[in-house]
Design a protein around this ligand. Structure first.
Ligand code: TRP
Length: 344
């Protein structure tokens, strides 16, 4: 379906008219966890009714760090796509696709790379953090590729966490610079910051697949319960009866999201000592499993139909490519590098 047809459909009676475009990107790190679900995916699902959405699995970005580990990339992409769909992204409402299927990202990245200085990139905190272990030309250009991802769709908004603020600012700056140097062509994108709840993993660090402390959507109910049982709790609360400090407990952080009576019941009874950690974790496992059950069911169905999932990614890429090509065309016109056209 092209964008015009989509516009007509979206603007049917009873459906809100979509005006602006959103680009969101996620690295293919494999099956998603509760942190990804609550921090990003749920928000994207909400936004897909109001905006033109491009949801991209950014495999080239993954290569900036994992260039030597490509064996599992395909499976990771598949797992992310499955979780996107199981979590509620609707391929009728948003284009779900793999970055490297739309070569225009790379073309605009190359153009953008002329418009920014190396020292500017070297000062970005994301680069400074990893430069001792990652010093490739590609990694330095990570935020430039990210800017191209966004601008190649002329996106207006980018839903991200605060950690990405500088990257979105850079995308905005690159679009401005392009518009100033050549001709006003690109939207100047802005971050759409969302309240991202703090979610910590089993070891009380940020929930992350690489720490193996996460609660994966792909886990069974038993695996979920087992992982919750292994969670760090307040070290001062050794046994039931000891007063606990829920505000310092990763289990309580999850209760806030999955237990309606977290504040009214869990919090005071943990503090008083009346609620022990074993029982507290049991209740969380029960509530989390109930919340994840529909996602898991859908997940199982999707995993059994890989062709269907790859087909969605292919269709998504076709739609994304249409839009990217038309923006790239305008970029070339603005730069007067559309030589063939000029010759005829
Ligand atoms: N850098 C983002 C992250 O690590 C992933 C990403 C790549 C992205 N391209 C993007 C996010 C474009 C938003 C827009 O989460």
């Amino acid at each position: 379906m092209n964008d015009e047809k989509q516009a007509a459909q979206a603007n049917e009676v009873g459906k809100p008219a979509k005006k602006e475009t959103i680009f969101s990107g996620m690295q293919p790190t494999g099956a998603l966890h509760v942190g990804n679900l609550e921090g990003a995916l749920r928000n994207w699902v909400r936004l897909q009714d109001e905006y033109w959405m491009y949801c991209c699995i950014v495999d080239w970005h993954a290569l900036t760090a994992e260039f030597d580990k490509t064996d599992e990339l395909k499976e990771s992409i598949f797992q992310v796509a499955v979780d996107f769909l199981a979590g509620g992204l609707d391929p009728e409402k948003c284009a779900i696709f793999v970055q490297s299927e739309v070569k225009e990202h790379a073309e605009l990245h190359l153009i953008f790379s002329m418009l920014i200085s190396v020292p500017t990139l070297m000062r970005l905190p994301t680069y400074l953090e990893k430069k001792d272990t990652l010093d490739s030309y590609g990694f330095l250009g990570y935020p430039v590729l990210q800017a191209a991802d966004i601008c190649i769709y002329n996106a207006h908004k980018v839903p991200v966490g605060k950690d990405q603020a500088k990257h979105i600012w850079l995308a905005n700056d690159l679009a401005k610079r392009f518009n100033y140097l050549y001709k006003k062509t690109l939207n100047e994108p802005e971050a759409l910051f969302t309240e991202i709840p703090l979610i910590l993993g089993a070891d009380n660090r940020k929930m992350s697949k690489s720490y193996d402390n996460d609660l994966r959507l792909a886990f069974t109910a038993q695996e979920t319960e087992k992982r919750i049982k292994s969670f760090y709790t307040d070290p001062q609360k050794i046994r039931k009866g000891d007063p606990g400090r829920p505000e310092q407990c990763p289990v309580y952080l999850l209760h806030r999201l999955y237990t309606p009576e977290a504040k009214a019941e869990i919090m005071p009874s943990c503090k008083s000592g009346e609620l022990g950690c074993v029982e507290c974790k049991r209740r969380l496992a029960k509530n989390l499993n109930a919340a994840l059950e529909p996602i898991r069911e859908r997940r199982t169905e999707l995993v059994a139909q890989p062709d269907y999932v790859w087909d969605i990614l292919r269709t998504g890429a076709d739609r994304a490519r249409q839009r990217a090509r038309s923006v790239m065309e305008k970029v070339r016109q603005a730069m007067k590098t559309d030589y063939r056209k000029a010759a005829t």
